[in-house]
Design a binder for this molecule. Structure first.
Ligand SMILES: Nc1nc2c(ncn2[C@@H]2O[C@@H]3COP(=O)(O)O[C@H]4[C@@H](O)[C@H](n5cnc6c(=O)[nH]c(N)nc65)O[C@@H]4COP(=O)(O)O[C@H]3[C@H]2O)c(=O)[nH]1
Length: 955
């Protein structure tokens, strides 16, 4: 804990102040200060003095010239008598004489007569030490002379501490202050004269005392005189000049004349402040100046020393009130000026002299005391602040390193110690350069920042975090800020903020924001970003990019039938396979649901794109086993657009790839398609077609046509295949090829298929109800209808509702539907078979049937696709396929129906191969239900004829 000085000082501060008080009081009586006060008086008084009157006194000086002219001193008192007579005759107001006529002289009678005749002469009284050192006696003129004097005035002048005379006293005297000062007495006399009052004789004055006294000298009424400069100073006349020059005498009318010696050797010269500069002042001048000062009211008195001390003590506390509120230098200067200024103002207004030095010293001491207190307090606060700063440094999570102006370490906090492996003392004095280089390869950034901060005195923040390795080998990412401290060149603080977790979190958040959580692939946002970049790059480089829109075929079915977790598994596997089909720099993104987008950047031609498309089709096709053990075969449709060839706009490119994918899907899926401009219209048509199909289903615009199937051997009707037609409100008839793919893609095929099954069953029931012979009805079902077992319920309910025998219904599934997902197909076919409904494989030969599967399915009939039947007459591959199919079907115990039989030759060939039944335009086009009625009664004549014809040929 640091030492707390503040309370200690506060505890003893009272004593300190008391000591200062005592000191000030002592100073109040300390003579060196008095001398300074006197000097201050001499300097201040002339500045603050009020205006003086025009001098009314003249000094008639017994100077050296007079002595030369009138002979050696002392003279006969008749000379003085004559002077007084002349002055009196000139009409002077008063005559102050500073010559002591204390010894009787031969011409005293003459002089006494003149003094008495004048009645305006003021004679001096001087204090003299009594004989034997007892008391002070008054030295007056001889009684004879004094009798006629107008008044006596004492010439007692105070000698200040510096040995100079500045003051006299209004009254003084031995035993009591009963004599006016010579100047005052003369002034009174002059005033009386101007008032026209009769001169008062000394002898008649009651306060005239005996010549001697043995009591001590008493004074009253201090008269502090102005500094003796030129202002208001009386004029000088030489004693010997006055009688001889009548013009001078005339000028003296109404004036007050002071007669005294100024000649060297006989003058009673006084040392005055002015005298100290230019010589001593004759006593007569001192009294004449006192006279003028009294007359102008420019005399002062000294303040009571007690008040001076009190005032000084007040100055002692002034600093405490002033410092801290105004700038210290201003306050100090103001306080220094205050005492002399106060003294000057007191002189000017109160005519009171307050010595400023004690106050000044008090003030200086007070200031020192205040500064000492302030210093101690500041030190205490600094210590506290240091403690706080240290605690803060220790508690903050940032590493803090303080540096001096030469980038050497002065302080480190615990986090910095941890990061550097150096203790505070170990680090102190080290160069930051050396420390940083030991822990990071990006030391250059840190050092540059520090040097720039020291040089420019600005905070420098390194924009990228630096990688820092601690002595334990831990890696941290630190953000570095260098902040200057103090004034120019004082150093800097280096703060290292650990942003490892923040960066990891940011990276994680960024990854989450830009990646699909299920597959870990880039999401839409990231793909779009990369696509924009790739487009910009491609334009700049003149290269190409390909966008592959991948949509998994039948994914909804997988999801619906196997559950979402299987669906998720499939998506993850698909994502991995797609990823492995491209280069490292390409982007595979999940667009949503079962849609993926592959961005192949920087390609030169479309061959590479085809290669990738082929590769991914092949990879996806590989066996896949779900977590629940179900085997699946995936396939996908891929739409491809090429940028910037197809478009420079990302959104347009995406839409193009989507359309191309859609086209591929419509065309059966498991293929890729490049975008071509006509897809635009096609897609729009497709959308409006889907909408119209919805409408058609709701408005019952569909109807079933029936195409007869003829037994080749007997020419009998052995079956009717129901074929859907869409009768538009305008009467036009639309064939299934024009709308079944759209219905399948939109999912509407399930509803349409349900309707077709129900309608066929109802029609069969109606014919039965009409008593027509029972003929099996075939119904086409699409792959999508077989994706779940719902169709089994539809058939079951249809049979139950119509009461038709199950054996009169035959379900036609395409070869690819049956073979694609063997397990599920087997389950479905067995369920349908279990209802007693027949099963037929449509379009046989167009797919890749597995014989073993075929054997396991409960199929009763194979239908040879009409594409094979068309060419059988030419004995080519098709004839071989037809021949083989018939043999295979018969081998498996199935009957065979040939589709698309149009000619006798085809019929003949089929008959020759033992084909069971035939269906085609040779016998009939698909017919509306109403027209089938005749067929049900008996096949029309052209049918048996056709059979007969070929029978005849065969036989
Ligand atoms: N060129 C030629 N064609 C002949 C001849 N004999 C019959 N055809 C046509 O061949 C198709 C036979 O039907 P499909 O192979 O099952 O092929 C059907 C079937 O796959 C599908 N389809 C028809 N009705 C439905 C239905 O209700 N549901 C489902 N899912 N598909 C249906 O639409 C396909 C086309 O049906 P359609 O246009 O009616 O075309 C019928 C029929 O009119 C002939 O001698 N020459």
């Amino acid at each position: 804990m640091p030492r707390r000085h503040g309370p200690i000082l506060e505890r003893y501060g009272v004593w300190l102040v008391a000591a200062l008080f005592a000191c000030i009081t002592g100073l109040g009586v300390w003579s060196p200060l008095h001398r300074l006060d006197l000097l201050a008086y001499d300097a201040i008084e002339p500045v603050f003095r009020g205006p003086a009157l025009t001098p009314a006194s003249v000094i008639v000086a017994i100077d050296d010239d007079t002595l030369d002219a009138l002979g050696q001193w002392p003279w006969s008192r008749a000379v003085h008598a004559e002077m007084i007579d002349r002055l009196d005759a000139a009409g002077v107001a008063a005559i102050g004489v500073s010559i002591l006529f204390s010894e009787p002289g031969p011409d005293d009678t003459r002089l006494a007569a003149s003094i008495a005749a004048s009645g305006r002469v003021v004679l001096p009284v001087a204090p003299r030490a009594g004989s034997g050192g007892e008391g002070v006696i008054e030295l007056l003129a001889t009684a004879k002379l004094g009798e006629g004097a107008a008044a006596y005035g004492h010439v007692d002048v105070e000698l200040d501490a510096d040995g100079l005379s500045r003051r006299t006293f209004a009254q003084a005297g031995s035993g009591s202050p009963h004599w006016d000062a010579l100047a005052l007495a003369t002034l009174k006399q002059a005033s009386r004269a101007s008032d026209g009052g009769a001169a008062q004789r000394v002898g008649a004055d009651t306060w005239i005392r005996p010549v001697t006294s043995r009591t001590s000298w008493m004074r009253r009424g201090e008269i502090l005189l102005p500094y003796p400069d030129g202002r208001g100073a009386p004029a000088y006349l030489s004693y010997f000049d006055v009688p001889s020059r009548p013009e001078l005498l005339r000028q003296l009318q109404g004036k007050t004349v002071f007669i005294g010696a100024t000649a060297s050797g006989i003058d009673a010269a006084l040392a005055t402040p002015a005298g100290a500069q230019g010589g001593r002042m004759a006593a007569v001048e001192f009294h004449a100046r006192a006279f003028e000062a009294l007359r102008s009211g420019l005399v002062y008195r000294s303040a009571d020393p007690v008040w001076t001390v009190v005032l000084s003590l007040a100055f002692l506390v002034l600093p405490a009130t002033l410092f801290g509120r105004v700038p210290a230098t201003l306050a100090f200067a103001g306080l220094l000026v205050a005492p002399p200024l106060g003294s000057g103002l007191a002189l000017n207004t109160l005519q009171l002299w307050i010595p400023p030095m004690t106050a000044l010293v008090g003030l200086i001491l007070g200031s020192i005391l205040w500064f000492a207190l302030h210093l101690v307090r500041t030190r205490g606060s600094l210590n506290l602040a240091l403690n706080d700063a240290d605690a803060t440094l220790r508690s903050i999570a940032d590493a803090v390193i303080t540096l001096d102006a030469s980038a050497r370490i002065t302080l480190t906090n615990p986090v910095a110690e941890q990061l550097s492996g150096l203790s505070r003392s170990g680090a102190r004095g080290q160069s930051i350069d050396a420390l940083v280089r030991n822990h990071t390869e990006q030391a250059g950034w840190a050092i540059e920042a520090v040097l720039a901060c020291l040089k420019t005195r600005r905070t420098i923040r390194v924009p990228d975090p630096i990688r820092w390795t601690t002595p334990d080998g831990e890696a941290h990412m630190l953000r570095l800020t260098a902040t200057p401290v103090g004034g120019t060149g004082d150093g800097a603080v280096l703060a290292l903020t650990d942003v490892t977790d923040t960066l990891a979190m940011t990276a994680r958040l960024q990854h989450e924001a830009t990646h699909d959580p299920l597959t870990g692939l880039p999401n839409r946002a990231l793909l779009l970003d990369r696509l924009h970049q790739a487009l910009a790059n491609a334009e700049r480089r003149g290269s190409l990019l390909a966008l592959l829109f991948v949509d998994l075929d039948r994914f909804k079915r997988i999801n619906d039938s196997l559950g979402h977790s299987a669906g998720d598994h499939v998506l993850r596997v698909a994502a991995e396979r797609l990823q492995s089909s491209v280069r490292a720099g390409d982007t595979v993104a999940r667009w949503g649901g079962d849609e993926f987008i592959i961005l192949l950047d920087n390609i030169t031609d479309t061959h590479a794109v085809v290669a990738v498309a082929d590769k991914l089709l092949g990879l996806l096709e590989r066996d896949l086993r779900t977590e629940s053990g179900t085997d699946l075969v995936l396939s996908c449709s891929v739409g491809i657009s090429i940028g910037p060839k197809d478009s420079k706009d990302a959104a347009t490119l995406l839409s193009m790839a989507d359309k191309a994918m859609y086209r591929g899907k419509i065309e059966g899926g498991h293929r890729y398609a490049f975008y071509s401009p006509e897809m635009n219209t096609w897609s729009r048509e497709r959308l409006s077609l889907e909408a119209a199909l919805h409408h058609a289903l709701a408005n019952r615009e569909f109807e079933l046509f029936y195409q007869p199937q003829i037994d080749i051997a007997t020419s009998r009707l052995v079956g009717l295949e129901s074929l859907i037609r869409w009768r538009r409100p305008d009467g036009g008839l639309v064939r299934p090829d024009a709308f079944i793919p759209a219905a399948e893609e939109s999912g509407l095929i399930c509803s349409i298929g349900d309707w077709a099954i129900g309608e066929a069953l109802q029609q069969g029931a109606r014919w039965r109800a009409e008593g027509l012979p029972p003929v099996p009805l075939s119904v086409n079902v699409s792959a999508r209808q077989c994706s779940d077992m719902r169709i089994v319920d539809t058939i079951r309910h249809g049979l139950a509702d119509t009461g038709l025998e199950p054996g009169l219904l035959k379900v036609e599934v395409t070869e690819s539907t049956a073979m694609h997902s063997a397990e599920r197909a087997a389950e479905l076919l067995h369920s349908i078979d279990a209802l007693g409904v027949g099963l037929s494989v449509d379009d046989f030969g167009t797919g890749y049937s597995s014989l073993s599967l075929l054997k396991r399915f409960p199929i009763s009939e194979l239908k040879i696709d009409r594409s094979f039947v068309g060419d059988v007459g030419r004995e080519g591959d098709d004839a071989a396929i037809v021949r083989g199919t018939i043999a295979l079907a018969h081998g498996l115990g199935m009957s065979v129906v040939a589709e698309g039989v149009e000619t006798q030759a085809q019929l003949r060939f089929l008959a020759g191969q033992g084909c069971d039944a035939a269906q085609g335009y040779l016998f009939s086009q698909p017919l509306p239900a109403a027209e089938v009625r005749e067929w049900l009664k008996a096949p029309p004549p052209h049918v048996p004829r056709s059979i007969h014809l070929i029978s005849g040929t065969l036989h």
